[in-house]
Design a protein around this ligand. Structure first.
Ligand SMILES: [Fe+2]
Length: 172
């Protein structure tokens, strides 16, 4: 875990602040807000996927299925691009001891991207009436995706964002 920043660094360690260049430290607030925005969008995406999964048991909402099938891959790609371009490099700089955790999140991104593409295709096929999955299997696939994604973004919100906030407070 990150050492507390207030009150100085442990003996023999440089302060966390010194790991960031001044422009990078000034950029932290923008990156944190951007990450929280991406998290809110993914939470909304999960809520909509859950609605689609709930409606599969009854009369499927074709327009909702098609809309989310179109939006899903791009929403996932946008969130990953933002994190991998802006969040991970800053996090790596301020928490070099968390490299394994970051690698795990990166692998989850790879798996989620593949899963999102398969899910979008399954939703399109379902609406077109050529789906290989029955309603129960498609619902299971939907729930597997959004439940995993909710765990992923909860970790980022509860673990990564506080580390970046702590770093920002130290930079003020
Ligand atoms: Fe992520």
């Amino acid at each position: 875990m990150n050492e507390p920043i207030e009150g100085g660094s442990p003996p023999g360690e440089s302060s966390s602040l010194s790991r960031l260049s001044t422009p990078a430290a000034a950029n932290l607030g923008v990156v944190i807000e951007g990450m929280l925005h991406q998290i809110r969008l993914l939470e909304l995406l999960c809520d909509n996927l859950e609605l689609v999964a709930d409606e599969l048991a009854g009369e499927a909402n074709r327009q909702a299925c098609l809309h989310i099938a179109r939006a899903l891959p791009a929403a996932i790609a946008d969130a990953h691009r933002f994190e991998e371009t802006h969040v991970f490099p800053l996090w790596k700089t301020v928490s070099p001891d968390q490299e394994q955790t970051m690698a795990r999140l990166w692998l989850e991104h790879v798996a989620d991207k593949s899963y999102a593409d398969e899910l979008a295709e399954a939703l399109r096929d379902h609406v077109a009436g050529r789906g290989r999955l029955d309603t129960e299997a498609l619902g299971y696939m939907l729930r597997g995706f959004f439940e995993g994604l909710r765990r992923h973004i909860a970790f980022e919100r509860d673990h990564v964002v506080p580390i970046l906030r702590q770093e920002m407070r130290a930079a003020l």
